[in-house]
Design a protein around this ligand. Structure first.
Ligand SMILES: NC(=O)c1ccc[n+]([C@@H]2O[C@H](COP(=O)([O-])OP(=O)(O)OC[C@H]3O[C@@H](n4cnc5c(N)ncnc54)[C@H](OP(=O)(O)O)[C@@H]3O)[C@@H](O)[C@H]2O)c1
Length: 259
């Protein structure tokens, strides 16, 4: 199926590895031109070069910290200056901080609220004037299974910030529908890739990994970044023109939420 994304302009945050890199690669393969960010420049440049192939002008790598107050504006301005328009925003950069609730400080809360919630919302706010009124403008946020349901002990920071992201996106979808900007979230379950969080957790514990899979993953395996990327590319495309205000579970039935 042709997703109809040729020459669409997309920003993807956290695109140097893992899910963000796979999402950017999927959009590039569909013909998008990209503005990518992450903090670490070498890995970001390498990812951008690989995606651009023999057309280096199609992908712009902007090393920055998305939690910096001016980062969102810099990304959107870069897209407009380089490509003259903006069609798609994928807010993927995010992270987990495991801590017992009683040990989590205000500083911990501020840090994760910035990374998992405010950075994405700020980017959307900067982008909306450029997205509004286009045909098929789309914002997709990468939330988590643990934004849809309780994750368990030591996950209050992650759980609350991802749930807030899903919640804000649902309201944005209603407000932005008249301006023809679709807003959706995806909620991945446990996604495995070399060097990723699940790889690190189980690298020296193959039995623990097998137990985790047996106890939590009905498909008998972790998800892959490419599986998340395929869903995000579709959501960002005109093929998903009726889909807005949705949170799509990408978890192989790992989740137990009824919604
Ligand atoms: N992996 C999973 O199983 C899973 C499951 C559910 C949801 N998710 C969500 O999916 C998203 C990506 O996860 P992942 O596993 O691919 O994470 P990851 O391996 O930690 O990669 C995160 C990416 O974001 C960048 N990044 C991190 N902090 C940043 C910041 N402050 N400013 C700019 N870029 C930043 C990283 O590059 P630098 O470090 O160089 O900045 C990297 O490119 C996250 O929102 C995560 O919560 C992941």
């Amino acid at each position: 199926m042709d997703l109809g994304l040729k020459d669409r302009i997309a920003i993807v945050t956290g695109a140097s590895r893992g899910l963000g890199r796979a999402i950017a690669a999927a959009l590039a393969a569909e013909g998008c031109r990209l503005v990518l960010c992450a903090r670490g420049a070498p890995a970001l440049e390498a990812a951008a070069q690989e995606m651009a192939g023999d057309e280096p002008d199609r992908v712009l790598a902007l090393p920055l910290d998305i939690t910096d107050p001016d980062a969102a504006g810099r990304l959107v301005n870069a897209a407009i200056q380089r490509f003259g328009r903006l069609d798609i925003v994928v807010g993927n950069a995010g992270g987990n901080r495991r801590k017992a609730f009683v040990d989590a400080t205000d500083e911990d809360w501020r840090e994760l609220l910035e990374l998992n919630l405010l950075a994405g919302l700020r980017l959307a706010r900067e982008a909306i004037p450029h997205l509004a009124g286009h045909d098929d403008a789309a914002i997709v946020f990468v939330a988590s299974l643990f934004g849809r349901e309780v994750g368990g002990p030591e996950l209050s920071l992650y759980n609350a910030t991802k749930a807030a992201l899903i919640s804000a996106a649902d309201v944005m979808a209603i407000e932005l529908a008249p301006r023809r900007v679709r807003v959706n979230t995806v909620a991945p379950g446990s996604i495995f890739f070399p060097g990723g969080s699940w790889d690190r957790r189980f690298r020296d514990d193959p039995q623990g990994k097998a137990r985790f899979i047996a106890d939590n993953l009905p498909l008998g395996r972790f998800g892959t970044p490419a599986e998340v990327a395929a869903a995000v590319a579709w959501l960002a495309s005109p093929r998903a023109s009726l889909v807005t205000g949705a949170c799509i579970a990408l978890d192989g039935a790992q989740g137990r939420s009824l919604i």
